[in-house]
Design a binder for this molecule. Structure first.
Ligand code: C5P
Length: 212
């Protein structure tokens, strides 16, 4: 039986780093589902196709290859914005969720992170975590990341962006971002990534012990 760990939460809450560490710890496969939306958006942008045509976006979503997804080529701000626009389309979500579910069945286990993993993609996941942090902390982390990478960043603009993305992700009709009823909440506002990992590991070990 495959063990699935579902990790959801808003943008820049630290779920990417956390998910990768968890996957490494347990020897599980990891899928960052945000990349599937980003890859679809990038393919549309590169081909000069519209972002508001559901049929075209669905066809593009069905062509996305999960194997080659790489955040470094999909991290641009414009791609994130476009991704959250096409993510409101039910046909796009259906196509990507099918591929994500197929991935989730890989042996011996998988870690999927995103917005709707515990609620829609893998409602039967063995463990569900909802990772969050205040919008201020998330904007600060993104700002520090850009500056550390040698870039120039505007904190106020990033903060507005984080709030706008939250509104779009939490307010959409299809699969809005929200914790599953049986998710463990992990607020990382005042935690280092190491502390968040240790907290997550304790929750996962306890949940796995019950399942086995
Ligand atoms: O996580 P990331 O910022 O890369 O995701 C980009 C966008 O893709 C999100 O803002 C969200 O709108 C969408 N997304 C989603 N469901 C997921 C993962 C991402 O709707 N499971």
């Amino acid at each position: 039986m495959t063990l699935v760990i579902a990790i959801d939460g808003p943008a820049a809450a630290g779920k990417g780093t956390l998910s990768r560490r968890i996957a490494e710890e347990y020897g599980f496969h990891h899928l960052d589902t945000g990349l599937t939306y980003r890859a679809t958006a990038k393919a549309l942008l590169d081909a000069g196709l519209p972002l508001d045509d559901e049929e075209v976006a669905e066809k593009t979503a069905r062509e996305v290859e999960l194997a080659g997804l790489d955040r470094s080529v999909l991290s641009a701000h414009a791609i994130g914005e476009a991704a959250s626009k096409i993510a409101v389309m039910p046909a796009v979500r259906r196509a990507l969720v099918e591929a994500q579910r197929a991935f989730s069945r890989k042996e011996p286990g998988t870690v999927l992170d995103g917005r709707d993993i515990g609620t829609v993609v893998c409602p039967d996941a063995a463990v569900k975590l909802y990772v969050t942090a205040s919008p201020e902390v998330r904007a600060r982390r993104r700002y520090d990341e850009i500056v550390a990478g040698g870039g120039i960043a505007d904190y106020a603009a990033i903060f507005e962006d984080v709030k706008k993305r939250d509104e779009r992700d939490m307010g959409r009709a299809d699969s809005p971002l929200r914790p599953a009823e049986d998710a463990h909440l992990l607020d990382t506002s005042e935690m280092s990534i190491e502390a968040a990992f240790q907290a997550a590991k304790m929750l996962i070990d306890a949940a796995l012990k019950e399942k086995i």
